[in-house]
Design a protein. Sequence first.
Lengths: 317, 257
Amino acid sequence: MSIVARDVTKRFGSFTALDSVSIDVATGSLTALLGPSGSGKSTLLRVIAGLEAPDSGSVVIADEDMTTRAPQDRGVGFVFQHYAAFKHMTVWQNVAFGLKIRHRPRAEIRERVAELLALVQLEGLARRYPAQLSGGQRQRMGLARALAVDPQVLLLDEPFGALDAQVRTELRAWLRRLHDETHTTTVIVTHDQEEAMEVADEVVVMNRGRVEQVAGPRDLYERPANEFVMSFVGHVNRIGDAFVRPHDLELVLDADGSTREAMVERIVHLGFEVRVELVRDDGEPLSVQLTRDEAERLELVRGDIVHVRPTRETTFS
Amino acid sequence: MARLGLRFVALGYLGLILLAPLGLVCYRTFAHDAGAAWATLRTHDTLHAFQVTLIAVGIAVPLNAIFGVLCALAIVRGRFRGRGLLNAFVDLPLALSPVVVGAALFLLYGRGGWLHAFDVLFTIRGIVLASVFISLPFVAREVVPTLREIGDEQEQAAFTLGASGWQTFWRVTLPSIRWAVVYGVVLTGARCLGEYGAVAVVSGNIEGRTQTATLAVQDAYLNLDHAGAYAISLVLALIAILVLVAMSVVRPREASR
Protein backbone atom coordinates (compact mmCIF):
# COMPACT_ATOMS: atom_id res chain seq x y z
CA MET A 1 0.00 0.00 0.00
CA SER A 2 1.29 3.44 -0.81
CA ILE A 3 2.38 5.99 1.77
CA VAL A 4 2.12 9.72 1.17
CA ALA A 5 3.40 12.34 3.59
CA ARG A 6 2.55 15.95 2.72
CA ASP A 7 4.24 19.05 4.16
CA VAL A 8 4.93 17.36 7.48
CA THR A 9 6.43 19.70 10.07
CA LYS A 10 7.44 18.62 13.56
CA ARG A 11 9.20 20.69 16.21
CA PHE A 12 10.61 19.62 19.56
CA GLY A 13 10.86 22.86 21.50
CA SER A 14 13.01 25.14 19.38
CA PHE A 15 14.45 22.27 17.32
CA THR A 16 12.78 21.68 13.96
CA ALA A 17 12.99 17.94 13.34
CA LEU A 18 10.91 18.01 10.15
CA ASP A 19 10.56 21.12 8.01
CA SER A 20 7.64 20.73 5.61
CA VAL A 21 8.68 17.28 4.37
CA SER A 22 6.82 15.48 1.59
CA ILE A 23 7.51 11.96 0.37
CA ASP A 24 5.74 9.37 -1.78
CA VAL A 25 6.31 5.68 -1.23
CA ALA A 26 4.94 3.50 -4.01
CA THR A 27 2.92 0.38 -3.27
CA GLY A 28 5.14 -2.67 -2.91
CA SER A 29 8.40 -0.72 -2.92
CA LEU A 30 11.26 -0.80 -0.44
CA THR A 31 12.28 2.77 0.36
CA ALA A 32 15.16 3.89 2.54
CA LEU A 33 15.21 7.13 4.54
CA LEU A 34 18.90 7.97 4.65
CA GLY A 35 20.56 10.76 6.57
CA PRO A 36 22.91 11.69 9.40
CA SER A 37 21.65 11.69 12.99
CA GLY A 38 19.33 14.61 13.62
CA SER A 39 18.23 14.73 9.98
CA GLY A 40 14.63 13.88 10.92
CA LYS A 41 14.47 10.46 9.28
CA SER A 42 13.37 8.58 12.41
CA THR A 43 10.90 11.32 13.31
CA LEU A 44 9.34 11.03 9.85
CA LEU A 45 8.99 7.27 10.28
CA ARG A 46 7.41 7.73 13.71
CA VAL A 47 5.00 10.31 12.30
CA ILE A 48 3.96 7.79 9.62
CA ALA A 49 3.43 5.17 12.34
CA GLY A 50 1.45 7.57 14.53
CA LEU A 51 3.95 7.35 17.40
CA GLU A 52 4.60 11.06 16.96
CA ALA A 53 1.97 13.66 16.05
CA PRO A 54 3.05 16.21 13.41
CA ASP A 55 2.54 19.92 14.11
CA SER A 56 1.20 20.30 10.57
CA GLY A 57 0.93 18.26 7.39
CA SER A 58 -0.80 14.98 6.61
CA VAL A 59 -0.10 11.27 6.34
CA VAL A 60 -2.02 9.07 3.91
CA ILE A 61 -1.62 5.28 3.91
CA ALA A 62 -3.38 3.23 1.21
CA ASP A 63 -5.38 6.29 0.13
CA GLU A 64 -6.75 6.77 3.65
CA ASP A 65 -5.98 9.90 5.65
CA MET A 66 -4.25 8.66 8.82
CA THR A 67 -3.04 11.99 10.20
CA THR A 68 -5.19 11.92 13.32
CA ARG A 69 -5.53 8.13 13.69
CA ALA A 70 -3.95 6.31 16.63
CA PRO A 71 -1.03 3.97 15.87
CA GLN A 72 -3.37 1.04 16.66
CA ASP A 73 -5.59 1.86 13.68
CA ARG A 74 -2.99 2.51 10.98
CA GLY A 75 -2.19 -1.05 9.99
CA VAL A 76 1.55 -0.53 10.31
CA GLY A 77 4.19 -2.98 11.45
CA PHE A 78 7.01 -1.24 13.32
CA VAL A 79 10.49 -2.61 14.03
CA PHE A 80 12.60 -0.78 16.62
CA GLN A 81 16.36 -0.30 16.65
CA HIS A 82 16.67 -1.72 20.15
CA TYR A 83 14.14 -4.49 19.43
CA ALA A 84 11.53 -3.37 22.02
CA ALA A 85 11.06 -7.08 22.79
CA PHE A 86 8.47 -7.92 25.46
CA LYS A 87 11.01 -9.20 27.97
CA HIS A 88 8.55 -11.13 30.13
CA MET A 89 7.19 -13.09 27.16
CA THR A 90 8.71 -15.99 25.25
CA VAL A 91 9.56 -15.66 21.57
CA TRP A 92 6.29 -17.43 20.76
CA GLN A 93 4.25 -15.07 22.97
CA ASN A 94 5.99 -12.04 21.48
CA VAL A 95 5.08 -13.05 17.94
CA ALA A 96 1.54 -14.03 18.97
CA PHE A 97 0.90 -10.73 20.78
CA GLY A 98 -0.81 -8.85 17.95
CA LEU A 99 -2.97 -11.85 17.08
CA LYS A 100 -4.06 -12.36 20.68
CA ILE A 101 -5.00 -8.69 20.93
CA ARG A 102 -7.21 -9.25 17.88
CA HIS A 103 -8.81 -12.30 19.53
CA ARG A 104 -8.01 -14.62 16.65
CA PRO A 105 -8.92 -18.28 17.17
CA ARG A 106 -6.24 -20.32 18.91
CA ALA A 107 -5.64 -22.73 16.07
CA GLU A 108 -5.11 -19.85 13.69
CA ILE A 109 -2.65 -18.15 16.06
CA ARG A 110 -0.69 -21.37 16.46
CA GLU A 111 -0.49 -21.88 12.72
CA ARG A 112 0.43 -18.28 11.92
CA VAL A 113 3.13 -18.05 14.63
CA ALA A 114 4.71 -21.32 13.48
CA GLU A 115 4.72 -20.03 9.92
CA LEU A 116 6.38 -16.75 10.95
CA LEU A 117 8.96 -18.41 13.19
CA ALA A 118 9.91 -20.59 10.23
CA LEU A 119 10.15 -17.50 8.04
CA VAL A 120 12.59 -15.80 10.43
CA GLN A 121 14.39 -19.09 11.20
CA LEU A 122 13.60 -19.14 14.92
CA GLU A 123 11.56 -22.40 15.03
CA GLY A 124 13.69 -24.04 17.69
CA LEU A 125 13.72 -21.02 19.97
CA ALA A 126 9.98 -20.47 20.48
CA ARG A 127 10.14 -21.11 24.23
CA ARG A 128 13.16 -18.90 24.87
CA TYR A 129 12.94 -15.47 26.45
CA PRO A 130 14.41 -12.45 24.60
CA ALA A 131 17.27 -12.26 27.12
CA GLN A 132 18.40 -15.70 25.90
CA LEU A 133 18.69 -14.60 22.26
CA SER A 134 21.47 -12.88 20.32
CA GLY A 135 20.86 -9.41 18.91
CA GLY A 136 20.25 -10.74 15.42
CA GLN A 137 17.76 -13.30 16.71
CA ARG A 138 15.94 -10.66 18.74
CA GLN A 139 15.57 -8.44 15.70
CA ARG A 140 14.26 -11.33 13.59
CA MET A 141 11.73 -11.93 16.35
CA GLY A 142 10.85 -8.21 16.18
CA LEU A 143 10.24 -8.58 12.44
CA ALA A 144 8.08 -11.68 12.87
CA ARG A 145 6.08 -9.89 15.58
CA ALA A 146 5.47 -6.92 13.27
CA LEU A 147 4.54 -9.14 10.32
CA ALA A 148 2.15 -11.30 12.37
CA VAL A 149 -0.75 -8.86 12.01
CA ASP A 150 -0.39 -8.55 8.23
CA PRO A 151 0.47 -4.84 8.26
CA GLN A 152 -0.33 -2.71 5.21
CA VAL A 153 3.13 -1.21 5.50
CA LEU A 154 6.28 -2.27 7.32
CA LEU A 155 8.34 0.47 9.01
CA LEU A 156 11.85 -0.28 10.25
CA ASP A 157 13.73 2.23 12.41
CA GLU A 158 17.47 1.53 12.08
CA PRO A 159 16.67 -2.16 12.50
CA PHE A 160 20.24 -3.39 12.18
CA GLY A 161 21.97 -0.43 13.82
CA ALA A 162 22.71 -2.24 17.09
CA LEU A 163 24.14 -5.36 15.45
CA ASP A 164 27.72 -6.21 14.52
CA ALA A 165 28.86 -5.82 10.92
CA GLN A 166 28.56 -9.43 9.78
CA VAL A 167 25.09 -10.05 11.20
CA ARG A 168 24.03 -6.73 9.72
CA THR A 169 25.09 -7.76 6.22
CA GLU A 170 23.30 -11.10 6.55
CA LEU A 171 20.08 -9.59 7.81
CA ARG A 172 20.14 -6.92 5.13
CA ALA A 173 20.28 -9.54 2.37
CA TRP A 174 17.62 -11.54 4.19
CA LEU A 175 15.33 -8.51 4.45
CA ARG A 176 15.65 -7.88 0.73
CA ARG A 177 14.75 -11.53 -0.05
CA LEU A 178 11.82 -11.31 2.35
CA HIS A 179 10.58 -8.19 0.59
CA ASP A 180 10.92 -9.82 -2.81
CA GLU A 181 8.68 -12.65 -1.57
CA THR A 182 6.03 -10.65 0.29
CA HIS A 183 6.05 -7.30 -1.55
CA THR A 184 4.91 -5.50 1.59
CA THR A 185 5.47 -1.75 1.19
CA THR A 186 8.50 -1.16 3.38
CA VAL A 187 10.28 1.93 4.69
CA ILE A 188 13.65 1.48 6.37
CA VAL A 189 15.47 4.23 8.24
CA THR A 190 19.25 4.08 8.19
CA HIS A 191 22.30 6.31 8.53
CA ASP A 192 24.41 3.79 6.63
CA GLN A 193 24.53 4.73 2.93
CA GLU A 194 25.80 1.28 1.99
CA GLU A 195 22.77 -0.31 3.69
CA ALA A 196 20.39 2.07 1.92
CA MET A 197 21.96 1.46 -1.50
CA GLU A 198 22.07 -2.30 -1.06
CA VAL A 199 18.58 -2.89 0.21
CA ALA A 200 16.32 -0.17 -1.23
CA ASP A 201 14.64 0.47 -4.59
CA GLU A 202 14.48 4.14 -3.80
CA VAL A 203 16.46 6.28 -1.38
CA VAL A 204 15.20 9.47 0.27
CA VAL A 205 18.22 11.47 1.44
CA MET A 206 17.40 13.72 4.39
CA ASN A 207 19.37 16.46 6.10
CA ARG A 208 18.35 18.94 8.81
CA GLY A 209 14.66 18.09 8.59
CA ARG A 210 14.46 18.41 4.80
CA VAL A 211 14.54 16.05 1.84
CA GLU A 212 17.68 16.61 -0.22
CA GLN A 213 17.02 14.11 -2.98
CA VAL A 214 14.85 11.13 -3.88
CA ALA A 215 16.38 8.68 -6.34
CA GLY A 216 17.31 5.09 -7.02
CA PRO A 217 20.69 3.94 -5.64
CA ARG A 218 22.47 4.24 -8.95
CA ASP A 219 21.16 7.72 -9.81
CA LEU A 220 21.89 8.88 -6.32
CA TYR A 221 25.55 7.95 -6.68
CA GLU A 222 26.00 9.07 -10.25
CA ARG A 223 23.76 12.12 -10.33
CA PRO A 224 23.68 13.60 -6.84
CA ALA A 225 21.50 16.69 -6.64
CA ASN A 226 23.82 18.74 -4.47
CA GLU A 227 27.00 18.85 -2.42
CA PHE A 228 25.38 17.28 0.60
CA VAL A 229 24.16 14.20 -1.25
CA MET A 230 27.46 13.91 -3.12
CA SER A 231 29.49 13.87 0.09
CA PHE A 232 27.04 11.83 2.17
CA VAL A 233 26.60 9.05 -0.38
CA GLY A 234 30.10 7.68 -0.80
CA HIS A 235 33.49 9.28 -0.19
CA VAL A 236 34.46 12.40 -2.04
CA ASN A 237 37.47 14.68 -2.60
CA ARG A 238 37.12 18.37 -3.14
CA ILE A 239 39.41 19.94 -5.73
CA GLY A 240 38.64 23.63 -6.11
CA ASP A 241 34.92 23.83 -6.95
CA ALA A 242 34.83 20.27 -8.24
CA PHE A 243 33.99 17.05 -6.38
CA VAL A 244 35.84 13.87 -7.34
CA ARG A 245 35.17 10.32 -6.14
CA PRO A 246 38.28 8.45 -4.88
CA HIS A 247 38.00 5.94 -7.75
CA ASP A 248 37.82 8.75 -10.31
CA LEU A 249 41.36 9.83 -9.56
CA GLU A 250 44.28 8.49 -11.56
CA LEU A 251 47.76 8.19 -10.03
CA VAL A 252 50.76 8.59 -12.32
CA LEU A 253 54.49 8.82 -11.60
CA ASP A 254 55.31 11.49 -14.19
CA ALA A 255 53.81 14.96 -14.22
CA ASP A 256 52.12 16.56 -17.21
CA GLY A 257 49.91 19.61 -17.72
CA SER A 258 46.73 18.00 -16.32
CA THR A 259 48.16 16.61 -13.08
CA ARG A 260 48.76 17.90 -9.58
CA GLU A 261 51.55 16.93 -7.26
CA ALA A 262 50.87 15.10 -3.98
CA MET A 263 52.72 13.07 -1.35
CA VAL A 264 51.73 9.58 -0.16
CA GLU A 265 50.89 9.76 3.52
CA ARG A 266 49.30 6.41 4.18
CA ILE A 267 48.46 3.22 2.29
CA VAL A 268 45.50 1.19 3.55
CA HIS A 269 45.06 -2.39 2.26
CA LEU A 270 41.41 -3.45 2.26
CA GLY A 271 41.74 -6.70 0.32
CA PHE A 272 40.87 -6.16 -3.33
CA GLU A 273 40.78 -2.42 -2.78
CA VAL A 274 43.70 -0.22 -1.72
CA ARG A 275 43.11 3.24 -0.36
CA VAL A 276 45.94 5.74 -0.73
CA GLU A 277 45.82 8.84 1.46
CA LEU A 278 47.66 11.77 -0.11
CA VAL A 279 48.53 15.33 0.85
CA ARG A 280 48.50 17.88 -1.95
CA ASP A 281 51.18 20.53 -2.32
CA ASP A 282 48.76 23.08 -0.83
CA GLY A 283 48.24 20.88 2.24
CA GLU A 284 44.74 19.59 1.31
CA PRO A 285 44.15 15.83 1.82
CA LEU A 286 43.15 13.55 -1.05
CA SER A 287 41.89 9.99 -0.95
CA VAL A 288 42.43 7.69 -3.94
CA GLN A 289 40.95 4.25 -4.42
CA LEU A 290 42.98 1.74 -6.45
CA THR A 291 42.73 -1.96 -7.14
CA ARG A 292 45.38 -4.16 -5.59
CA ASP A 293 47.04 -4.68 -9.01
CA GLU A 294 47.21 -0.97 -9.75
CA ALA A 295 48.75 -0.28 -6.39
CA GLU A 296 51.36 -3.00 -6.87
CA ARG A 297 52.31 -1.70 -10.30
CA LEU A 298 52.98 1.78 -8.87
CA GLU A 299 55.13 0.34 -6.04
CA LEU A 300 54.03 3.13 -3.73
CA VAL A 301 55.81 3.77 -0.44
CA ARG A 302 54.99 6.29 2.23
CA GLY A 303 56.60 9.65 1.41
CA ASP A 304 56.62 9.11 -2.40
CA ILE A 305 55.77 12.07 -4.60
CA VAL A 306 53.06 11.18 -7.13
CA HIS A 307 50.86 13.01 -9.62
CA VAL A 308 47.08 12.99 -9.60
CA ARG A 309 44.65 13.45 -12.48
CA PRO A 310 40.86 13.45 -12.10
CA THR A 311 39.09 11.30 -14.73
CA ARG A 312 35.59 12.46 -13.83
CA GLU A 313 34.47 15.37 -11.72
CA THR A 314 31.20 16.92 -10.63
CA THR A 315 30.44 20.56 -9.98
CA PHE A 316 27.33 22.16 -8.51
CA SER A 317 26.46 25.70 -9.49
CA MET B 1 41.74 -11.56 53.75
CA ALA B 2 40.23 -8.17 53.02
CA ARG B 3 37.07 -9.81 51.80
CA LEU B 4 36.83 -11.92 54.94
CA GLY B 5 37.32 -8.82 57.06
CA LEU B 6 34.57 -7.02 55.18
CA ARG B 7 32.23 -9.94 55.63
CA PHE B 8 32.99 -10.06 59.33
CA VAL B 9 32.31 -6.35 59.78
CA ALA B 10 29.06 -6.49 57.79
CA LEU B 11 27.73 -9.54 59.60
CA GLY B 12 28.94 -8.29 62.95
CA TYR B 13 27.18 -4.98 62.48
CA LEU B 14 23.99 -6.70 61.37
CA GLY B 15 24.17 -9.06 64.33
CA LEU B 16 24.70 -6.29 66.85
CA ILE B 17 22.13 -3.84 65.51
CA LEU B 18 19.45 -6.22 64.26
CA LEU B 19 19.73 -9.77 65.45
CA ALA B 20 20.74 -9.23 69.07
CA PRO B 21 17.64 -7.22 70.07
CA LEU B 22 15.39 -9.54 68.09
CA GLY B 23 16.98 -12.58 69.69
CA LEU B 24 16.60 -11.03 73.09
CA VAL B 25 12.90 -10.39 72.49
CA CYS B 26 12.54 -14.02 71.52
CA TYR B 27 14.48 -15.18 74.58
CA ARG B 28 12.57 -13.00 77.03
CA THR B 29 9.24 -14.15 75.70
CA PHE B 30 9.87 -17.78 76.42
CA ALA B 31 12.58 -17.87 79.08
CA HIS B 32 10.79 -16.57 82.12
CA ASP B 33 7.13 -16.88 81.65
CA ALA B 34 5.92 -18.49 78.47
CA GLY B 35 2.55 -19.05 80.07
CA ALA B 36 1.98 -15.36 80.77
CA ALA B 37 3.05 -14.47 77.21
CA TRP B 38 0.58 -16.92 75.78
CA ALA B 39 -2.14 -15.63 78.11
CA THR B 40 -1.61 -12.03 76.95
CA LEU B 41 -1.67 -13.07 73.31
CA ARG B 42 -5.01 -14.80 73.83
CA THR B 43 -6.85 -11.95 75.50
CA HIS B 44 -9.67 -10.34 73.59
CA ASP B 45 -7.94 -6.96 73.53
CA THR B 46 -4.73 -8.30 72.04
CA LEU B 47 -6.51 -10.27 69.37
CA HIS B 48 -8.57 -7.20 68.57
CA ALA B 49 -5.41 -5.10 68.35
CA PHE B 50 -3.99 -7.51 65.75
CA GLN B 51 -7.28 -7.35 63.94
CA VAL B 52 -7.15 -3.54 63.81
CA THR B 53 -3.57 -3.64 62.54
CA LEU B 54 -4.49 -6.13 59.84
CA ILE B 55 -7.47 -4.01 58.77
CA ALA B 56 -5.19 -0.97 58.45
CA VAL B 57 -2.66 -3.01 56.45
CA GLY B 58 -5.41 -4.61 54.36
CA ILE B 59 -6.80 -1.23 53.30
CA ALA B 60 -3.62 0.86 53.09
CA VAL B 61 -1.62 -1.65 51.01
CA PRO B 62 -3.98 -2.11 48.03
CA LEU B 63 -4.91 1.58 48.09
CA ASN B 64 -1.30 2.71 48.04
CA ALA B 65 -0.34 0.04 45.52
CA ILE B 66 -2.85 1.46 43.04
CA PHE B 67 -2.01 5.05 43.89
CA GLY B 68 1.74 4.30 43.76
CA VAL B 69 1.59 2.75 40.28
CA LEU B 70 -0.62 5.58 38.93
CA CYS B 71 1.64 8.14 40.52
CA ALA B 72 4.79 6.54 39.08
CA LEU B 73 3.19 6.42 35.62
CA ALA B 74 2.29 10.10 35.91
CA ILE B 75 5.80 11.04 37.06
CA VAL B 76 7.66 9.02 34.40
CA ARG B 77 5.30 8.95 31.41
CA GLY B 78 3.22 12.07 32.04
CA ARG B 79 3.66 15.21 29.96
CA PHE B 80 2.15 17.82 32.27
CA ARG B 81 3.47 20.74 34.24
CA GLY B 82 4.14 20.08 37.90
CA ARG B 83 5.49 16.58 37.43
CA GLY B 84 8.58 17.57 39.42
CA LEU B 85 6.40 18.88 42.20
CA LEU B 86 4.40 15.63 42.32
CA ASN B 87 7.65 13.69 42.43
CA ALA B 88 8.82 15.73 45.42
CA PHE B 89 5.48 15.63 47.26
CA VAL B 90 5.23 11.86 47.10
CA ASP B 91 8.26 11.72 49.38
CA LEU B 92 6.74 14.01 51.98
CA PRO B 93 5.52 11.23 54.32
CA LEU B 94 9.08 9.89 54.43
CA ALA B 95 10.46 13.23 55.49
CA LEU B 96 7.81 14.09 58.09
CA SER B 97 7.93 12.60 61.56
CA PRO B 98 4.90 10.32 62.06
CA VAL B 99 3.95 12.27 65.17
CA VAL B 100 3.75 15.43 63.06
CA VAL B 101 1.50 13.57 60.60
CA GLY B 102 -0.67 12.50 63.50
CA ALA B 103 -0.85 16.06 64.82
CA ALA B 104 -1.75 17.38 61.36
CA LEU B 105 -4.58 14.86 61.02
CA PHE B 106 -5.70 15.76 64.53
CA LEU B 107 -5.93 19.43 63.58
CA LEU B 108 -7.72 18.70 60.34
CA TYR B 109 -10.33 16.29 61.71
CA GLY B 110 -10.50 17.44 65.32
CA ARG B 111 -12.91 19.87 66.96
CA GLY B 112 -12.85 23.09 64.87
CA GLY B 113 -10.90 21.39 62.03
CA TRP B 114 -12.00 21.77 58.42
CA LEU B 115 -12.99 18.14 58.09
CA HIS B 116 -14.39 17.64 61.60
CA ALA B 117 -17.72 16.50 60.12
CA PHE B 118 -16.12 13.25 58.90
CA ASP B 119 -15.77 11.94 62.46
CA VAL B 120 -12.47 10.20 61.95
CA LEU B 121 -10.61 10.75 65.19
CA PHE B 122 -10.52 7.91 67.76
CA THR B 123 -11.96 5.44 65.24
CA ILE B 124 -10.53 2.69 63.06
CA ARG B 125 -11.11 5.04 60.11
CA GLY B 126 -8.55 7.39 61.65
CA ILE B 127 -6.04 4.58 62.06
CA VAL B 128 -6.51 3.56 58.42
CA LEU B 129 -6.16 7.16 57.27
CA ALA B 130 -2.92 7.64 59.21
CA SER B 131 -1.55 4.33 57.88
CA VAL B 132 -2.39 5.25 54.29
CA PHE B 133 -0.67 8.63 54.69
CA ILE B 134 2.43 7.23 56.37
CA SER B 135 2.98 4.42 53.82
CA LEU B 136 2.16 6.42 50.70
CA PRO B 137 5.60 6.72 49.00
CA PHE B 138 6.91 3.16 48.97
CA VAL B 139 5.28 1.69 45.86
CA ALA B 140 5.83 4.86 43.80
CA ARG B 141 9.48 5.02 44.96
CA GLU B 142 10.09 1.43 43.85
CA VAL B 143 8.23 1.69 40.54
CA VAL B 144 9.58 5.04 39.26
CA PRO B 145 13.18 3.89 38.60
CA THR B 146 11.99 0.61 37.05
CA LEU B 147 9.65 2.45 34.69
CA ARG B 148 12.49 4.80 33.70
CA GLU B 149 14.79 1.86 33.07
CA ILE B 150 12.44 -0.13 30.83
CA GLY B 151 11.59 2.97 28.74
CA ASP B 152 8.49 3.30 26.62
CA GLU B 153 9.52 1.36 23.50
CA GLN B 154 7.78 -1.84 24.58
CA GLU B 155 4.58 0.15 25.10
CA GLN B 156 4.93 1.77 21.67
CA ALA B 157 5.50 -1.65 20.12
CA ALA B 158 2.27 -2.84 21.77
CA PHE B 159 0.42 0.18 20.33
CA THR B 160 1.61 -0.54 16.79
CA LEU B 161 0.48 -4.15 17.26
CA GLY B 162 -3.04 -2.92 17.99
CA ALA B 163 -3.14 -2.97 21.80
CA SER B 164 -5.17 -0.22 23.48
CA GLY B 165 -3.74 1.78 26.37
CA TRP B 166 -5.58 -0.43 28.84
CA GLN B 167 -4.41 -3.68 27.19
CA THR B 168 -0.87 -2.35 27.00
CA PHE B 169 -0.90 -1.54 30.72
CA TRP B 170 -2.08 -5.02 31.76
CA ARG B 171 -0.09 -7.05 29.25
CA VAL B 172 3.15 -5.09 28.90
CA THR B 173 3.69 -2.36 31.51
CA LEU B 174 2.46 -4.12 34.65
CA PRO B 175 4.32 -7.40 34.00
CA SER B 176 7.52 -5.42 33.44
CA ILE B 177 7.24 -3.59 36.76
CA ARG B 178 5.67 -6.38 38.80
CA TRP B 179 8.68 -7.00 41.03
CA ALA B 180 8.99 -3.33 41.82
CA VAL B 181 5.29 -3.34 42.76
CA VAL B 182 5.70 -6.44 44.92
CA TYR B 183 8.70 -4.93 46.67
CA GLY B 184 6.86 -1.67 47.21
CA VAL B 185 3.84 -3.55 48.57
CA VAL B 186 6.03 -5.44 51.05
CA LEU B 187 7.60 -2.21 52.27
CA THR B 188 4.18 -0.55 52.48
CA GLY B 189 2.83 -3.47 54.50
CA ALA B 190 5.82 -3.47 56.81
CA ARG B 191 5.51 0.25 57.38
CA CYS B 192 1.81 -0.02 58.29
CA LEU B 193 2.44 -3.02 60.50
CA GLY B 194 5.02 -1.13 62.52
CA GLU B 195 3.43 2.33 62.53
CA TYR B 196 3.24 3.86 65.96
CA GLY B 197 3.57 7.64 66.08
CA ALA B 198 0.78 8.88 63.82
CA VAL B 199 -1.62 6.15 64.91
CA ALA B 200 -0.92 6.88 68.57
CA VAL B 201 -2.07 10.46 68.09
CA VAL B 202 -5.26 9.90 66.08
CA SER B 203 -6.51 6.58 67.48
CA GLY B 204 -7.02 7.56 71.08
CA ASN B 205 -5.61 4.12 71.99
CA ILE B 206 -8.86 2.72 73.36
CA GLU B 207 -8.29 -0.92 74.34
CA GLY B 208 -10.42 -3.37 72.44
CA ARG B 209 -11.59 -0.67 70.06
CA THR B 210 -8.94 1.54 68.52
CA GLN B 211 -5.77 -0.12 69.68
CA THR B 212 -3.31 -1.50 67.09
CA ALA B 213 -0.73 -4.19 67.79
CA THR B 214 2.08 -1.69 68.25
CA LEU B 215 -0.03 0.35 70.67
CA ALA B 216 -0.83 -2.86 72.53
CA VAL B 217 2.91 -3.51 72.94
CA GLN B 218 3.32 -0.10 74.53
CA ASP B 219 0.32 -0.66 76.80
CA ALA B 220 1.46 -4.05 77.96
CA TYR B 221 4.90 -2.65 78.68
CA LEU B 222 3.53 0.25 80.71
CA ASN B 223 1.34 -2.17 82.64
CA LEU B 224 4.49 -4.12 83.56
CA ASP B 225 3.27 -7.10 81.54
CA HIS B 226 6.74 -7.49 79.98
CA ALA B 227 6.19 -11.03 78.80
CA GLY B 228 3.04 -9.92 76.99
CA ALA B 229 4.81 -6.96 75.36
CA TYR B 230 7.57 -9.26 74.13
CA ALA B 231 5.07 -11.80 72.85
CA ILE B 232 3.16 -9.26 70.74
CA SER B 233 6.45 -7.81 69.43
CA LEU B 234 7.59 -11.28 68.50
CA VAL B 235 4.45 -11.98 66.49
CA LEU B 236 4.86 -8.67 64.62
CA ALA B 237 8.52 -9.47 63.90
CA LEU B 238 7.63 -13.00 62.75
CA ILE B 239 5.08 -11.69 60.25
CA ALA B 240 7.68 -9.30 58.81
CA ILE B 241 10.36 -12.00 58.61
CA LEU B 242 7.96 -14.47 56.99
CA VAL B 243 7.09 -11.97 54.23
CA LEU B 244 10.76 -11.18 53.58
CA VAL B 245 11.72 -14.85 53.45
CA ALA B 246 8.85 -15.60 51.08
CA MET B 247 10.03 -12.74 48.86
CA SER B 248 13.63 -13.89 48.72
CA VAL B 249 12.60 -17.46 47.95
CA VAL B 250 10.34 -16.51 45.03
CA ARG B 251 12.25 -13.61 43.55
CA PRO B 252 15.64 -15.02 42.46
CA ARG B 253 13.94 -17.87 40.62
CA GLU B 254 11.77 -15.42 38.71
CA ALA B 255 14.47 -12.87 38.02
CA SER B 256 17.01 -15.35 36.65
CA ARG B 257 15.08 -16.28 33.57
